[in-house]
Design a protein around this ligand. Structure first.
Ligand code: C5P
Length: 301
């Protein structure tokens, strides 16, 4: 029996500038995405016409919905509908990316399902065609298809490449439980009521730091406008971030809407030191290390 396996990376935001909500409720963003080497794997197997199922193992498996609200299932259904395919699919997801952690785990699974079902059904859609469907599925899904480093504008879905050098060593601190992205944006609105711009911009310092490939400069230029909102909802995040200073991280920041915290290390040995110290600190549930950038969704079988 044919099985297609696709691996997709987690995303982090090195810069996340957030504007005042638009008429449709979404917030205009100017973000710098980076895909990191922390992967979920999605397998697609043939199923009866109209049958779309999903099973989940690994990190946070009990928190992932198994019905039609699962983003990977929605991706498969959307592709079947658009391509007028009369087939179903049995998806199985193995997760390393934290659920509701600000790492685009669900979006990553949606991107994987698009690519896997496209191959399983022999559709040969172009990357552009898949990207159009990705936009409908969520703001981060188009980036999860391409990976690397990219600037995201609009609500994050308009992805363009960014000139960047270097490879970066990250340590991720997972929190005990996840956070809902809409809840964090709502808290951002409460905190920032009149302060946010209509047209947020990517910080110039971050773009020039990425051009030089100097992790020290990148560490100093990291920025996340959602961070105060995340800390309001999850005060323990502040303590986790402070830990970065104690261990000489080049930068410490909340990932996306959080509550995962990111620490930038000078090199892989430094990353191991930070990871070991974090693991025994009690300030987080678990620790992951990952370097970036890496490419987006890829078929591995
Ligand atoms: O696009 P996606 O479905 O991933 O977004 C999840 C939620 O996050 C949205 O329903 C919205 O509440 C919030 N969001 C936002 N502005 C964005 C992206 C997401 O307010 N640019």
């Amino acid at each position: 029996m044919t099985t297609v396996t696709v691996r997709t990376p987690a995303k982090i935001n090195l810069g996340l500038s957030v504007g005042r909500p638009r008429a449709d409720g979404y917030h205009p963003l100017a973000t710098v995405y980076q895909a990191i080497a922390l992967y979920d794997e999605v397998k697609a197997r043939p199923a009866e016409a109209g049958e779309f199922t999903v099973s989940v193992t690994g990190e946070g498996q009990d928190d992932v919905p198994l019905d039609d609200t699962n983003l990977a299932v929605r991706a498969a259904q959307l592709l079947a509908k658009r391509a007028q395919v009369d087939e179903g699919v049995a998806l199985s997801i193995h997760k390393l990316i934290a659920v509701a952690g600000g790492l685009a785990g669900g979006s990553s699974n949606a991107a994987a399902a698009l690519l896997a079902c496209d191959a399983l059904w022999g559709l040969h859609s172009s990357r552009e065609e898949l990207a159009e469907l990705a936009v409908e599925l969520g703001s981060d899904v188009p980036f999860c298809l391409v990976g690397g480093n990219a600037i995201g504008t609009g609500r994050g879905e308009a992805v363009s490449s960014v000139l960047a050098r270097g490879s970066y060593e990250w340590v991720l601190a997972y929190a005990a439980t996840g956070l809902s992205t809409p809840q964090v944006y709502a808290e951002f609105d409460r905190l920032d009521a009149a302060g946010a711009d209509d047209e947020p911009e990517v910080p110039e310092a971050l773009i020039s730091a990425l051009r030089t490939g100097d992790p020290y400069a990148v560490g100093m230029a990291l920025r996340n406008d959602l961070q105060p909102a995340t800390i309001r909802l999850r005060p323990a995040v502040r303590r986790t971030l402070e830990f970065g200073d104690e261990f000489g991280a080049l930068g410490a920041i909340v990932s996306g809407s959080g509550p995962t915290c990111l620490f930038l290390a000078a090199d892989s040995e430094h990353a191991i030191d930070i990871a070991v110290a974090l693991s025994s600190s009690g300030v987080c549930r678990s620790v992951q290390r990952a370097n970036g950038p890496v490419p987006g969704a890829r078929i591995v079988t």
